[in-house]
Write a protein that binds this ligand. Structure first.
Ligand code: HPA
Length: 266
């Protein structure tokens, strides 16, 4: 951790981001026209090169709407074989760099016919179906509690703010529960049924580990899902990762406008 922090501080001349953003599948284009410092993950101790198509694999530092932000262009997934500790290491780094609020985005599959591909959904809560937890292991009480409360992982304040911003921009947005699985295989129709019955609205393979750690670290969390597809069996459909990436690209303008406005108001 110390080496990583020193390296980043040196590369960014002591830049102190207030907000962190994690960009999900296909949403990596967000920083395209923004000036900033970009560090490939491969150069950062504790970060892994991003091997998933649709994920760029670099850390971006810059100003958006006069706010200092750090942006993960691509994330680490448990299904890539990384430990939960590695998957969530960047969140711990962000906290130590001074980040107070984190916006976590992802692509997700809709479990019903109410959340449509192409739409955005603010995450109100999650269900951790990964079968593990990123906080398992020795707890550092200086970072967070051993048994952290999870009754409001996704900040009500930030959810309201995101809603207001979407309304102002005329962007259709819903709210719902995100279920996390490990992947990498997509769900079977029977599993989709079970997830639906459990109270979830969408399903994905990320976000929950990062959100748990951010909440443990007392950061405010905002989660936004881009619905990229109907989950298996919802619409008699077959799933492909290309479809997921394509949805991200198609929604990138909308997501950029929304993120810009949210960041300006935080
Ligand atoms: N299932 C799981 N993860 C996903 C999906 C899905 O249908 N779409 C995007 N990520």
């Amino acid at each position: 951790m110390e080496n990583t922090l020193n390296f980043i501080k040196e590369k960014t001349a002591g830049f102190t981001p207030q907000i962190a953003v994690i960009l999900g599948s296909g949403l990596g284009g967000y920083t395209k026209e923004i000036e900033g410092i970009e560090i490939p993950y491969g150069e950062i101790e504790g970060f892994m090169p991003s091997g998933v198509q649709g994920h760029k694999g670099s850390l971006f530092f810059g100003e958006i709407q006069n706010k200092k932000v750090v942006i993960m262009q691509g994330r680490f997934h448990f299904y890539e074989g990384y430990s939960m500790k590695s998957v969530t290491f960047p969140v711990r780094v962000f906290k130590k760099l001074g980040v107070k609020d984190i916006i976590i985005t992802n692509a997700a599959g809709s479990l019903d016919l109410y959340h449509h591909p192409g739409e955005l959904m603010i995450i109100s809560d999650h269900i951790n179906f990964t079968g593990t937890n990123p906080l398992i292991g020795k707890n550092d009480d200086n970072e967070g509690e051993r048994f952290p409360d999870m009754s409001e992982v996704y900040s009500l304040e930030l959810r309201k703010l995101a809603f207001d911003c979407a309304r102002e921009l005329n962007i259709d947005i819903k709210e719902g529960v995100y279920a996390a699985t490990t992947g990498p295989s997509y769900e079977t129709p029977a599993e989709v049924n079970m997830l639906k019955l459990s109270g979830a609205d969408v399903v994905g393979m990320s976000t929950v580990p990062e959100a748990i750690v951010a909440n443990w670290l007392n950061m405010r969390v905002l989660g936004i899902s881009l619905i990229s597809n109907y989950a298996a069996g919802v619409f008699n459909n077959k799933l492909s990762h290309n479809e997921v990436i394509e949805s991200g690209r198609n929604a990138s303008d909308k997501v950029k406008k929304l993120l810009d406005l949210i960041i300006s108001r935080i």
